[in-house]
Design a protein around this ligand. Structure first.
Ligand code: SF4
Ligand code: SF4
Length: 163
């Protein structure tokens, strides 16, 4: 059973583009942050090894705000969604009773700065489909989306190959 993770994730630039080094060592970075760590959750998932695994992943990515990334060889489902208890002033509305995972997260390696990157990052079903196609070949024969009465969406248009 995977456990939830708070990880530094790729986020929009920090407030005014400021970096840790812009603050004194004893400064509380949270006082200068828009609470980036309260605007997502990430779960480790099994590494996909079969075409079916990648099709599950494509299903994840068909959902709004869902992404998949790989960090240090571990695959994660990342959902960009804001905690219901985050207040307008970027402070926790249930600070005294916040979950343990929130208590254990520190500013030491958090995403205050914006230069995190991943080994792999998938934002769209087309991206994961193209990645899987490169490994296994096309999942659907040409024209399959016209001929079958399927509950699935049409085969996505391939992305341009970067190279
Ligand atoms: S832990 Fe980091 S990302 Fe979270 S509010 Fe504090 S400075 Fe921002
Ligand atoms: S419970 Fe509080 S600290 Fe935890 S994610 Fe929600 S707002 Fe952030």
């Amino acid at each position: 059973m995977p456990t939830a993770s708070k990880l530094p994730v790729a986020t929009p630039p920090s407030v005014n583009g400021r970096r840790r080094s812009d603050f004194p060592a004893d400064a509380n970075l949270c006082d200068h942050c828009t609470a980036k760590c309260c605007k997502y959750f990430a779960l480790p998932i099994d590494e996909p090894v079969t075409r079916k695994d990648f099709d599950f992943m494509r299903w994840y990515l068909l959902h709004d705000r869902a992404t998949v990334f790989v960090d240090e060889d571990t695959w994660y489902l990342l959902v960009h969604t804001t905690c219901k208890h985050l207040q307008d002033d970027h402070r926790c509305g249930i600070y005294e009773t916040r979950p343990q995972i929130c208590r254990e997260y520190t500013t030491k390696e958090c995403e205050f700065e914006d230069d995190w990157c991943y080994e792999k990052y998938f934002e769209t079903p087309e991206q994961i489909d193209e990645y899987a196609d490169a490994l296994f070949g096309p999942q659907f024969p040409e024209g399959a989306d016209r001929d079958i009465d399927s509950i699935r969406s049409r085969r996505p248009t391939g992305l341009p190959v970067v190279g």
